[in-house]
Design a protein around this ligand. Structure first.
Ligand code: ATP
Ligand code: MG
Length: 340
């Protein structure tokens, strides 16, 4: 694996004493797709801004392709491009929007024409129809696709996408994600995407980085937020419907959330009787996405209105017995619930 970014002890805050990012160690690979996931406000956009060198950070080290990035930001910025959560276009034609960055780089007029056509095609927009359109003659999904085309035109080595499909129609969303995959698979671009679309990330065998309150967390697929109470020597959280999850007591009284790594959860089709104290939680299956990169299935069940995930190897015969709506039981030790 080649390393694209390496972060050590990076801290960033918008206001004094409120760290928004606090990352001790993080490595991001330079191949394929990397997903940034986490609840709203967990710091995904902030991390993307740091990685795009659009925003300085308070302290820590950031290496880009093995070398400290400090002092080289303006050079690196030519290789890294960032698509905002809500893109906007310049008040000009689609052609001019895409040509703008190319001209700044001194690209010849004939090349600009060819690249604009190719970039529009890559995001599923017919160049003859869309290149002459004005910025106000586009739907929201088309604006986002033109904004992406303008980035692809610059042939970046790193493409940072911030919830690129959050506010667009379904057809545009599919075309945007397809363009991102083509970038990664055919052009060798490193794609880092903040998204809530976990099934898509699993399908793409993306490397997944979970963020919670600015920290990188393992097991970010299952975050059990709020509602924890102390009960004797355990912490307890109730799900609507009467089920309960137990965890080992937290060190601090002010715990709000815990993560549960899906790899620590065993799945059973009947209610088991474990020898050691463990949580046994019943739910109904909702999704069964295949994680291509891991050769496993992310078994996802509805437990009292929350989706809980367990990871089962694809080769496990149990996988053949799983189908949506089926009742399953999750077994996980108290100690596998980790405080955030
Ligand atoms: N310019 C800013 N000034 C002050 N605080 C900010 C600023 N931008 C973001 N924040 C705060 O930083 C925290 C992280 O925000 P960020 O936008 O990085 O989260 P996110 O994970 O991208 O959230 P979402 O999923 O809603 O897009 C939030 O608490 C937010 O209020
Ligand atoms: Mg965001």
């Amino acid at each position: 694996m080649t390393t694209l970014y390496e972060i050590h002890n990076l801290k960033q805050s918008y206001r004094k004493d409120t760290p928004i990012l606090d990352i001790s160690d993080l490595t991001i690979r330079s191949e394929g797709i990397t997903g940034l996931v986490g609840p709203n406000g967990s710091g995904k956009s902030t991390l993307l801004k740091v990685l795009s060198f659009l925003m300085p950070y308070d302290s820590g080290t950031l290496l880009y392709r093995g070398q400290p990035a400090a002092g080289r930001e303006s050079v690196i910025r030519r290789e890294v491009t960032y698509l905002l959560q809500n893109s906007f276009l310049l008040s000009r034609s689609v052609f001019e929007n895409i040509a703008f960055g190319l001209r700044l780089r001194g690209t010849s007029a004939s090349e600009v024409k060819a690249i604009v056509r190719e970039s529009l095609t890559r995001v599923g927009l017919d160049p003859d129809e869309f290149a002459p359109r004005q910025w106000y003659q586009l739907s929201g999904g088309e604006v986002q696709r033109v904004a992406l085309a303008a980035r692809l035109a610059l042939r970046p080595r790193v493409l940072l996408l911030d919830e690129p499909t959050a506010n667009v129609d379904e057809a545009s969303a599919q075309l945007i994600m397809a363009a991102a995959v083509t970038e990664a698979e055919q052009h060798g671009t490193a794609v880092i995407v903040a998204t809530h679309d976990m099934p898509w990330l699993y399908e793409m065998s993306a490397e997944i980085i979970g963020l919670y309150r600015g920290r990188v967390t393992a097991g970010a697929e299952n975050i059990l937020q709020g509602g924890w109470k102390q009960e004797g020597c355990h912490m307890v959280r109730n799900f609507p419907g009467g089920q309960t999850v137990y965890a080992d007591r937290a060190d601090t009284a002010a715990v709000r959330a815990a993560a549960l790594d899906p790899s620590c959860v065993r799945v059973s089709l009947s209610r088991p009787q474990p020898a050691d104290p463990a949580n046994i939680t019943a739910g109904h299956l909702v999704h069964l996405p295949l994680e291509r990169g891991r050769n496993s299935v992310l078994v996802t069940a509805d437990v009292g209105g929350s989706l809980l995930k367990a990871r089962v190897p694809e080769s496990d015969p149990l996988c053949r017995e799983l189908y949506p709506q089926r009742e399953v039981f999750y077994i996980f030790p108290y100690s596998s619930v980790r405080w955030l």
